[in-house]
Design a protein. Structure first.
Ligand code: G3H
Ligand code: ZN
Length: 284
């Protein structure tokens, strides 16, 4: 069933597990992730970046694909379609109007007052329609599509408190040292701040840059209030590894399904592993 993130994340926070956000790029990604969720009996969040939505032909194409797959694949677990790193009120509105059940407004690059103002505007539009909202403070490192950072800035706990009070968001992504794409060495996550922020705002926290974070740090983050973990790059690596192997080992292959289907299976296995690691299996 298509739902917002609100109940799934609050339940995760209460019961001590995290729901995975897995980014989609096309039909195969969507099939793999929905199939994994159903098999693991796990709630799931399909993350859609603005770049991925453009690639797929627009927000309405994305929702059409997700809705028909939910029906055809007989998916019964809770599914949210979530705009990842929404860059403006207009983009969030466009996604909501197209049938997205959740949005992230990422005004983290703007001055604090402006972040509050934009986030508030998105919350007003979204909540009226039963749509959940994620906001961000600080800067996640690395690069994902249009979101490029030249450094890592840790979120300030006081600003987190204010942002939540002033906007009424459903969950918050405080950047605390995580990075989009591969890490150079071990991640250095701000666990002290993570604990402090969750204690003060009493909302589910979101961890971006889930690829490459060791299991102990994942577990620790969940124990400190992280109830949503975003994973993108890891599935891209899993798919491309399999596709590349097939294409390099057999130069006669031209039917795309010969590498798309095994690649899709690799994504599914990766996602199922993440769901077990995050503790969301059998929580649907
Ligand atoms: O917004 C999406 C994520 O934060 C994904 O990060 O590609 O490092 O897994 P990742
Ligand atoms: Zn992110």
């Amino acid at each position: 069933a298509l739902v917002s993130m609100k109940d799934m994340l609050n339940k995760g926070l209460k019961e001590g597990y995290a729901v995975g956000q897995f980014n989609i790029n096309n039909l195969e990604w969507t099939q793999a992730i929905l199939g994994a969720a159903q098999e693991e009996k796990s709630p799931v969040i399909l993350g859609v970046s603005e770049g991925a939505a453009r690639y797929m032909g627009g927000f309405t194409v994305v929702t059409a694909i997700v809705k028909s797959l939910i029906e055809e694949m007989k998916i019964t677990v809770p599914v949210a379609i979530h705009l990842d790193h929404g860059s403006s009120f207009d983009k969030c509105k466009e996604a909501i109007d197209a049938g997205f059940t959740s949005v992230m407004i990422d005004a983290s690059h703007s001055p604090f007052e402006e972040n509050v103002k934009t986030t508030k505007q998105v919350v007003a539009y979204a909540h009226e329609r039963g749509i959940s909202v994620e906001a961000e403070l600080g800067t996640v490192g690395g690069q994902e599509d249009d979101v490029i950072a030249d450094g890592v800035i840790y979120a300030d706990p006081q600003e987190c408190k204010q942002l939540v009070e002033l906007t009424g968001i459903d969950c918050l992504a405080p950047a605390l040292g995580s990075v989009h794409g591969p890490y150079k060495g071990e991640p250095n996550l701000g666990f002290k701040e993570m604990e402090e922020i969750c204690q003060t705002i009493k909302l589910p926290l979101v961890l971006h840059g889930g690829t490459g974070i060791p299991t102990e740090q994942i577990k620790k983050s969940i124990s400190l209030g992280t109830a949503k973990i975003n994973v993108n790059t890891e599935n891209q690596i899993a798919f491309t590894k399999v596709a590349r192997e097939i294409l390099t080992s057999d130069s006669e292959v031209f039917d795309p399904r010969k590498f798309l289907a095994p690649g899709r299976e690799a994504i599914k296995q990766t996602v199922m592993g993440k769901m077990r690691e995050f503790g969301s299996s059998n929580k649907a």
